[in-house]
Design a protein around this ligand. Sequence first.
Ligand code: NA7
Length: 546
Amino acid sequence: MANETTAQVNPSKDHKSEFDALVVGAGFAGLYQLHCLRDRLGLSVKVLEAGGGVGGTWYWNRYPGARCDSESHVYWYTFSPELMREWEWSERYPGQAEILRYLNFVADRFDLRKDIQLDTRVVAATYDAAANRWRVRTEAGQTFTAKFLITAVGCLSTANVPNIPGLEDFAGEWYHTGQWPHEGVDFTGKRVGMIGTGSTGIQAAPVIAASAEHLTVFQRTANYSVPARNAPLTAEFLRYVKDNTGEIRAITHETLNGMGFRIEERLAVETHPDDRESLYEAAWERGGLQFRAVFQDMLTDKKANDTAADFIKRKIRSIVTDPEKAAILSDIDHPYAAKRPPIDTDYFETYNRPNVSLVDLRQAPIERISRVGIRTTEAEYPVDVIVFATGFDAMTGPTLRMNISGRDGLTLKDAWGAGPVTYLGLQVAGFPNLFTITGPGSPSVLTNMPVAIEQHVDWITDCIKYLNQKGLDRVEARADAADRWVAEVNEMANKTVFPLATHSWYLGANIPGKPRVFMPYAGGMVRYRQICAEVAAGGYEGFTLS
Ligand code: NA7
């Protein structure tokens, strides 16, 4: 997709290399962190960004149908009421191009570009204890140093192209959805094979099918999806947003996961089946992630969850006319929302098109990619284009690939060898003055991300301000505090149905060899925000300050 907002000048290739703080990544997190440290604390800050433009996730994920699952009036920054009034969304869910325009608007509005260096991938970061500075090296061989290093690299930014034998021999084109060509891909007259039915594949399939000669979807794990019911926003709703910026921000701070809706108090297990059905039906019609809000116990009680799962499976079978396809699509092996729940526009309906077929990889796994297509243990499917909608090395991947070494030569890779160990998802013991925005152990991917990001950035900003005010130079998570936090993360996860989806990327299970640890904090944003605030109010309890 050609996008005028990405043709950017790169004004920041100057020679200064020493800063108070380095921020890696210029998506939602990096942009706001730059604004806070530079404009509120007066620090010298440089943002290093691998992409050719700002926007993070929304710079890279340009696949057909790419759209946010959070509703637009809560998927933005809320730190500035003026900014909320100046920007106007066009649809209930913002599309990729519109979010990218928004982030570019923010970069201009707060004059951020001059401190962002684009096309700059960080390949190493080493803590120099004697100097108390982080030394950061880029792919091009530039070095920078700073007292504080802040990773704003996102949770889903390391593309996972599965290691399927034969890809190098494939005669056609192939793409990963998270590294989509800016000029777009023309599917006209092409036979397309798409691997993956997560949120991405579910968004992409209907759009690809509309222009391709034929689309074959390769499904390993059947997935739930609820209609998004996307639509243009009315003038009345836009007026409501402009008039209620404070209330909108307040709601996202009060809800479990920073969304714009509250989860109902009622329990599925105590609701009469007829009433339950009506409530689910109404939620299906309303559409969106809000489906999860129908009952309080949906994610904590398997029996309650079963009622939602059963409803959606019946919906799938009622939409998809071919009984064989319907059976494959509705044969879902995990609780609803235990893996990230997608929302869609005409996903299941797409299987009723004559040019769409479905391959059940559970029955016959992919064996290899041949010169002409995708070969399973049962058949070969000739294709001209392969789309890998195969997700990401989530949560730890983007941070680990920066080759971070802390105190006494401890590498992050070793520190996280058995799975990520963090304190509050914000810091790692052994890595002084390193902050990880929406790191593993924080609510991150279980929330509406901008809300989690603003909370982290504000907390980090306050922490650095505190150090400066007290004449302190160093903050480091204590190992015992981190261990206690990991126990809390596990305890919260075990109160939910999340761990029952044993193959989810929340657990790292999509990446061969990755430790299986439930990575995000499932205790909810409200509880998490309160814990973080108490830690700060208590003089940064659990951290060593020196
Ligand atoms: P996901 O949710 O990780 O989905 C990836 C899909 O690709 C999923 O269906 C996987 O099946 C499938 N997959 C992955 N590797 C393979 C191999 N080797 N063979 C066949 N199928 C495979 O990624 P998305 O990009 O859809 O979504 C990521 C997040 O972005 C999303 O949750 C939102 O938060 C935004 P599996 O289920 O592992 O069997």
